[in-house]
Design a protein around this ligand. Structure first.
Ligand code: FAD
Length: 484
């Protein structure tokens, strides 16, 4: 049995033993199909593949409260392996849970039934086409591997999520992800040209890359944001860009958060596309930039403008002429560039009982400021909340994304899960009231599923359910995710 798990933790031990017991037949069959080096049902693997990165899971892990344990983990090495797995699951009515890097934050990956976790990370091939400016990558390629490879060759994908080191190409597509440099390069939906997906009962859907196509509804889009409920993404062809010749780093302090939004709105509507724009409210300015001595109570905005030298200079001139804040130079941007992948706070605080999470939403410009105010107030009103803050991190001519953070200590008699749920309810209800979208880039998962209907409407949800049934008639693909 797993070391350390047995001390007074009989429940978990029993769940794991039961999972191994029930998995015996599936394990034996899959070993026959794929070979034993691609299949595991040992308890340590089952425990590790029981959850994704959803912050509230940290409390579940610390309380050894893992109610989602798969039965088998498989590591396919080719699209043919994936076809065999899906065929097997279909014929035997066994659920499949696709897994990329496990960095999802909404319990999109949560093996609630005795099913097969399909970890894509042994599918690792990358093929660059410098003439067409495209890269084809297997679903299991980690973001950091792809970006470093492209940089070495003189290119960039421009898709740099904070989870670059722990997320995969397949996961990005499945969650409709976007990166920190999205204001210039776009989200994954803007980069995706071609895709290969295995759908039940084990068929390969292959959509070749084209600069554009008008061949009916775009099936590529069906799989962007499908969160493993329709099929398993095995490969994608993505747009790339030349590695930027020049980078200009700017930062500003403004009297108010709202003022920074207004300057940014004016800049973006003029056609300027800084790769990075981040506007921090007062609390987040203190959290990240406490070390800047002459910034007291002023929200900070940082920007990175990159591309061909002359274009960057022209964009920087427009930004400087439009953004009326007090210039703070390059240092805040350098600091952000150095620390942007550091996320250790979340795990440090969970051990102290502190509940923390982030909620990213978006709205048209006319609703951004009301959205900020309403969501902050709603989160603060929940008993136990100690901090509620936000920054804006992705911009469009029509609006922006707000990324909220909350933290608190559940009151006596309240579990971390109840407190967490209450803040989510308060925030989601506020977003719907103001008319924003309930997710900008993390997706729906099991956490946001209750609000999907409020966003897409009765008819929209019915259509999604019909699509799900048409493609996955036996309901084997990530059942329960997105409420489907
Ligand atoms: C610290 C941190 C920072 C983050 N920063 C960002 C950010 O900047 N931008 C952003 O968009 N997100 C961010 N996220 C969220 C997360 O990284 C993204 O959702 C990411 O795209 C998930 O990729 P993954 O490979 O880890 O997928 P997983 O977590 O493994 O899976 C996510 C979902 O996709 C499904 N899935 C995975 N692979 C496949 C596949 N090949 N085929 C079909 N379905 C599949 C899973 O079943 C699950 O439902 C962050 C998360 C963390 C923990």
């Amino acid at each position: 049995m797993i070391e350390g798990f047995h001390v007074g933790r009989h429940a978990l031990r029993e769940i794991l033993v039961r999972a191994v017991e029930s998995s015996k037949r599936i394990h034996r069959d899959l070993v026959k199909l794929l070979g034993d080096d691609k299949v595991s049902n040992i308890v340590t693997d089952l425990a590790v593949y029981s959850h994704d990165y959803t912050p509230i899971n940290l409390h579940k892990i610390l309380n050894l409260d893992l109610e989602t344990i798969p039965c088998v983990v498989v590591w396919p090495e080719s699209v043919q392996d994936v076809v065999e797995i899906v065929k097997y699951a279909y014929e035997n009515h066994v659920p499949i849970y696709p897994y990329g890097g496990g960095s999802g934050v909404l319990r999109g990956f949560a093996p609630e039934h005795c099913g097969i976790v399909v970890d894509m990370k042994r599918m690792q091939s990358i093929s660059l086409n410098e003439y067409d400016l495209t890269v084809a990558a297997d679903a299991g390629v980690y973001g950091v591997i792809l970006e470093q490879y492209l940089n070495y060759k003189g290119y960039t994908l421009g898709h740099i999520p904070q989870s670059l080191y722990e997320s995969t190409v397949g996961g990005w597509i499945a969650t409709r992800a976007t990166g920190q440099f999205s204001t210039k390069y776009g989200g994954i939906e803007d980069l995706l040209l071609g895709i290969e997906v295995v759908v039940p009962p084990g068929r390969i859907v292959k959509l070749e890359p084209h600069p554009r196509t008008a061949t009916g509804p775009d099936l590529r889009r069906l799989f962007i944001g499908s969160e493993g409920v329709l099929g398993i993404v095995t490969k994608a062809t993505l747009k790339i860009a030349q590695f930027p010749e020049k980078r200009v780093k700017l930062s500003f302090a403004t009297k108010t958060f709202e003022e920074a939004f207004e300057y940014t709105r004016l800049i973006i509507r003029r056609g300027v596309r800084p790769a990075v724009v981040r506007i921090y409210d007062r609390i987040e300015t203190l959290r990240h930039f406490y070390w800047i001595r002459d910034v007291k109570d002023e929200p900070i905005t940082i920007m990175v403008i990159e591309g061909p030298s002359s274009l960057v200079d022209a964009e920087a001139d427009i930004v400087k002429g439009t953004f009326k804040g007090r210039e703070l130079g390059e240092e805040p941007v350098d600091y952000w560039l150095r620390t942007r992948f550091v996320v250790k706070e979340a795990s440090e605080y969970a051990a102290l009982g502190f509940v923390f999470d982030t909620i990213e939403v978006a709205a048209l410009w006319s609703r951004v400021v009301p959205l900020y105010r309403e969501v902050i107030e709603a989160m603060k009103r929940v008993d136990g909340t100690l901090v509620a803050s936000a920054h804006a991190s992705h911009f469009y001519p029509q609006g922006a994304c707000l990324y909220f953070t909350f933290g608190g200590l559940p009151r006596a008699g309240t579990t971390p899960y109840e407190y967490h749920r209450k803040v989510w309810e308060a925030a989601m209800d506020a977003v719907i009231r103001v008319g924003g979208t309930i997710s900008h880039h993390h997706g729906v998962g099991r956490i946001r599923a209750p609000w999907l209907k409020a966003e897409i409407g009765d008819a929209g949800l019915e259509l999604l359910q019909k699509l799900k049934r048409a493609i996955d008639d036996r309901g084997i693909m990530n059942p329960g995710n997105m409420g489907l």
